[in-house]
Design a binder for this molecule. Structure first.
Ligand code: ATP
Ligand code: MG
Length: 220
C-alpha cells in the first residue's frame, strides 16, 4: 500500500452561469497515491479540468474536502494555499497558460522565483529544455512557438521545481505520436520514482501507461 497523496471526500461542485446550474460533481470520493500514474477519462464537459483545478486549489468546491498529504486544502488561507501549491504541485494545463510577456527561459524560471536558490537554476533549465527539445527556442516568446513547442515549455515549467504531485490536463493534446510517447514515458518514469501523477486524456493510449483509470462519466 502506497502513501496517499490526495484524498477527495464527498466533493460537490456546481457552476452557475447564464441562469443555468451545472452540477459537475456530487459527492465525489477518490484517493490518489504516491508512486502511481492515474489516467482521468470521460467525455468532453464531464469535469476533468474542473477536478484538476480543484486539486490545484484554483477552484473552490461547494461542499466536501480535498486533503493534500493530509492537509485540508480548503481550510488554508490564500498564502498557505500558494505555499502548498508551490512546494508540492506541478501543473501542465490544457491551454498551457504560458505568460505571453516572458520568453521560454523566463516562463520556465517563473515557478522557481519563490525559492531561495532560484538564481542557480540555469543548468537545470538547460538540461530540462534539452530533454524536451525546446533548448533552441529559449529566447522565443510563446506566440513565436508552435502548439507542441508551447506544450513542451509548459511541461518543463511544471517539472522545474521537482514537484511530488504532477497534474497534467491533456499534456499531449497538441503533440504527434512520437512526442506523446516521450512525454507519457517520462510521466510514467516520474511515477515510478514515487511521484503521484494525474493525467487527463481523451486518448486510449493513456491506458498503456496508467496504473489506474478513473472514468469521470456521471460525476462519480
Ligand atoms: N467557469 C465556469 N463557469 C460555468 N461553467 C463552467 C465553468 N468551467 C466549466 N464549466 C462547465 O463545467 C463542465 C465541466 O467543464 P470541464 O472544463 O471540467 O470539462 P472537461 O471534462 O475538462 O472537458 P474537455 O474534455 O472538453 O476539456 C462543462 O459543462 C463546462 O461548460
Ligand atoms: Mg478539460
Amino acid at each position: 500500500m502506497n502513501i496517499v497523496a490526495i484524498k477527495i471526500i464527498n466533493l460537490t461542485k456546481t457552476y452557475f452561469a447564464h441562469n443555468e446550474k451545472i452540477e459537475v460533481f456530487k459527492n465525489l470520493n477518490l484517493s490518489f497515491e504516491y508512486g502511481k500514474l492515474y489516467g482521468i477519462m470521460g467525455h468532453s464537459g464531464c469535469g476533468k479540468s474542473t477536478l484538476i483545478k480543484l486539486i490545484g486549489m484554483l477552484e473552490k468546491p461547494d461542499k466536501g474536502d480535498i486533503l493534500i498529504e493530509e492537509k485540508n486544502a480548503f481550510m488554508l488561507d490564500d498564502m498557505e494555499q500558494s505555499k502548498l501549491r508551490n512546494a508540492k504541485i506541478g501543473f501542465i494545463f490544457q491551454d498551457y497558460l504560458l505568460d505571453e510577456h516572458l520568453n521560454v527561459y523566463d516562463n520556465i524560471l517563473l515557478p522557481t522565483l519563490l525559492k531561495p536558490n532560484w538564481k542557480s537554476r540555469n543548468n537545470e533549465i538547460i538540461e530540462l529544455t534539452k530533454k524536451y527539445k525546446i533548448d533552441k527556442r529559449l529566447k522565443h516568446f510563446p506566440k513565436e512557438l508552435s502548439g507542441g513547442e508551447q506544450q513542451r515549455v509548459a511541461i518543463c515549467r511544471a517539472l522545474i521545481n521537482n514537484p511530488n504531485i504532477i497534474l497534467a490536463d491533456e499534456p499531449t493534446g497538441n503533440l504527434d505520436k512520437k512526442n506523446e510517447e516521450i512525454i507519457l514515458n517520462d510521466l510514467k518514469e516520474l511515477s515510478k520514482k514515487g511521484k503521484c501523477v494525474i493525467v487527463v486524456s481523451h486518448s486510449d493510449v493513456i491506458k498503456n501507461y496508467a496504473d489506474e483509470i478513473i472514468d469521470l462519466e456521471e460525476g462519480v
